[in-house]
Write a protein that binds this ligand. Structure first.
Ligand code: AMP
Length: 459
C-alpha cells in the first residue's frame, strides 16, 4: 500500500492527512483501515507509536460522513475508551486533526477536572466521545451519559486497562452499548484476561498485528551505563549537557523518585518538570505543553504517566531506573525514534539492576552495549547479574576474540542486531524449547501467552 487514496478514504480525510504530512499508511493502518471501512470488527495488536489511532479514527470518520445522522442528546455516536487522561486527550486531538474538514463534534471525558462542563457537552450530544472508564461511569450513574445510541465502540490500550483495574468498569460500559454496529479493540499484549474480554466484545474480528519487538528499535541507539547508584545523579546531569541532546524523557520507577530527580536536576542547574499520578491535571498539562513547545525540554515521568505521550523529536530517553517488567523497557525506548526520527536510549544501571537488564535482553533478543563507569571496578558482580555478552560472531576490530568473560563487557560501538538465526543469548542461558519467548522475564503475568511486545516500523 503506497498511499491513503488507495484505501478509498473520503477526499476531505485525504486532505487532512496531507495537511498532517502523513503520506503513507503505517502497517497497522494498511491492514486495519480496509476491514474497518467494510464495518468489520477489528482486533489490533499494536502499541502507541504505530499509528494505531489513525487506524481506527480514519475509517470511523469516513463512515460517520457516509452515514449522515446526528448525535443523540445526552449521548454519542462513537465511544472511545482510553486508560489515561493523556491518551484520551491525544485521541481526541487526532479525531479533530483528521476530521477537521468534516465538522463532527469531539469531546473528552476524564477525571480530575469538573463534572459540569462535561455534563453540558454530553447534554448537547457529541459525535465522538473519548472517555476514561471511571468518569464515564460517574456520568452514567448520574444519568448525564447514555450509551444506547453508540454505533461504534473502540477500546484502546486494553492491557493498560487491565493493569489499572479497569476491567469491571469496562464490562459495565460495554453492557450499556447494546446497539453498536462495530467494535475495535487495541492492545499491545494479549494476556488471558484481555483475550477473554476481546472474545466477548468482538464479532468475527479481523486480527491485525504489527511487527514483534525482536526486530525492535531499529532506529533507537541503545546503550547502558553501569555505575554505582549514588553516581546516577552526576551522570544524568552530564548526559543532559551532552551534545545533540534535545527533548529528553527521563523514566523513574516511582513518583517519589521522579520528584527527587527533578529536585536534584534543579540543584544542578537544569530545569525539569515531573509528570506522574500525584500531579493535578493542570500541572500535567502544563508540563506536557512546556515539553512539547521546548520551553522545558526535560520531562521526568513514571511509566503510567508517560504512556501515550506522543511528542515528536524526543531525542533521548534516559532510564534512571530499569523497570521491573522488561516489556516496559521497550515501551520506554519507543518514546524516541517516533515517526521516522532517530533516537538515543540510555539506561543507567546499578550493579543490582543487571538482572533486569538481562531480562530485557532476553525479551528483545538483543544485547545492549554497556560501559562500565563504576569508580571501583573490582566489585564482584554475581553470576546472576553478569551482563549478557554481545552477540556471537567476530566484531570489527576485535580480532574475533569471543572467549567467555565473567566481567561486564565494555562495548562502545553501535549495537548491531543479531543476524537471523544467530540471536544473542545470555551466556549459559539457552532458551528451553518449551519456554515462551522472552523466557524467564520477571513478573510476567500468569497466562500472558503473547510473550511479545510490538513496535512501529516502516515509516
Ligand atoms: P499513534 O500510534 O496513533 O500514537 O501515532 C503515533 C504518531 O504517528 C502520531 O504522531 C501520529 O501523528 C503519527 N502518524 C500516524 N500515522 C502516520 C502516518 N501514516 N505517517 C506519518 N505519521 C503518522
Amino acid at each position: 500500500m503506497t498511499n491513503f487514496a488507495e484505501l478509498g478514504l473520503d477526499p476531505l480525510l485525504l486532505q487532512a492527512l496531507a495537511e498532517a504530512g502523513h503520506e503513507t499508511p503505517t502497517p497497522i493502518q494498511a491492514q486495519a483501515i480496509p476491514a474497518a471501512l467494510q464495518g468489520r470488527d477489528v482486533l489490533g495488536i499494536a502499541q502507541t507509536g504505530t499509528g494505531k489511532t489513525a487506524a481506527f479514527a480514519l475509517p470511523i470518520l469516513h463512515r460517520l460522513k457516509q452515514g449522515g445522522g446526528r448525535p443523540p442528546r445526552g449521548g454519542c455516536r462513537v465511544l472511545v475508551l482510553s486508560p489515561t487522561r493523556e491518551l484520551a486527550s491525544q485521541i481526541a486531538d487526532s479525531f479533530k486533526k483528521y476530521g477537521k474538514h468534516l465538522g463532527f463534534s469531539t469531546e473528552v471525558v476524564f477525571g480530575g477536572v469538573g463534572h459540569v462542563p462535561q455534563q453540558k457537552a454530553l447534554a448537547r450530544g457529541v459525535d465522538v466521545l473519548v472517555a476514561t472508564p471511571g468518569r464515564l461511569l460517574d456520568h452514567m450513574g448520574t444519568r448525564h451519559a447514555r450509551l444506547d445510541h453508540v454505533e461504534v465502540l473502540v477500546l484502546d490500550e486494553a492491557d493498560q486497562m487491565l493493569d489499572k483495574g479497569f476491567l469491571p468498569p469496562i464490562r459495565k460500559i460495554v453492557a450499556a452499548v447494546p446497539q453498536r454496529q462495530q467494535t475495535m479493540f487495541f492492545s499491545a499484549t494479549m494476556p488471558t484476561d484481555i483475550a477473554n474480554l476481546a472474545r466477548d466484545m468482538l464479532r468475527d474480528p479481523v486480527r491485525v498485528e504489527v511487527t514483534p519487538v525482536a526486530t525492535t528499535a531499529e532506529r533507537v541507539n541503545q546503550r547502558a551505563i553501569l555505575l554505582e547508584p549514588n553516581a546516577k545523579r552526576a551522570m544524568l546531569a552530564k548526559l543532559l549537557r551532552g551534545e545533540g541532546v534535545g527533548r529528553t524523557l527521563i523514566f523513574s520507577r516511582t513518583k517519589h523518585g521522579a520528584d527527587k530527580i527533578v529536585k536534584a536536576l534543579e540543584q544542578d542547574g537544569l530545569s525539569a518538570n515531573a509528570i506522574h499520578g500525584n500531579k493535578g491535571q493542570s500541572q500535567r498539562e502544563r508540563a506536557l505543553a512546556e515539553f512539547k513547545s521546548g520551553r522545558a525540554p526535560i520531562l521526568v515521568a513514571t511509566d503510567i504517566a508517560a504512556r501515550g505521550i506522543d511528542v515528536r523529536e524526543v531525542t533521548h530517553v534516559i532510564q534512571h531506573d530499569l523497570p521491573e517488567v522488561p516489556e516496559t523497557y521497550v515501551h520506554r525506548i519507543g518514546r524516541t525514534a517516533r515517526a521516522g526520527a532517530e533516537g538515543e536510549a540510555v539506561a543507567l544501571v546499578a550493579p543490582d539492576e543487571l538482572g533486569l537488564l538481562r531480562a530485557v535482553e532476553r525479551l528483545t533478543r538483543q544485547s545492549v552495549p554497556m560501559e562500565d563507569q563504576r569508580a571501583d571496578k573490582s566489585g564482584r558482580l554475581d553470576d546472576r547479574a553478569t551482563p549478557v555478552r554481545p552477540q556471537r560472531g567476530p566484531r570489527p576490530g576485535r580480532g574475533g576474540d569471543q572467549q567467555p568473560s565473567r566481567k561486564p563487557q565494555q562495548s562502545q560501538g553501535r549495537h548491531q542486531p543479531p543476524a537471523k538465526g544467530q540471536q544473542a543469548k545470555p551466556q549459559g542461558q539457552q532458551r528451553r524449547p518449551d519456554a515462551p519467548r522472552g523466557g524467564e522475564a520477571p513478573r510476567r503475568r500468569p497466562g500472558d501467552d503473547s510473550g511479545r511486545v510490538f513496535m512501529a516500523r516502516g515509516r
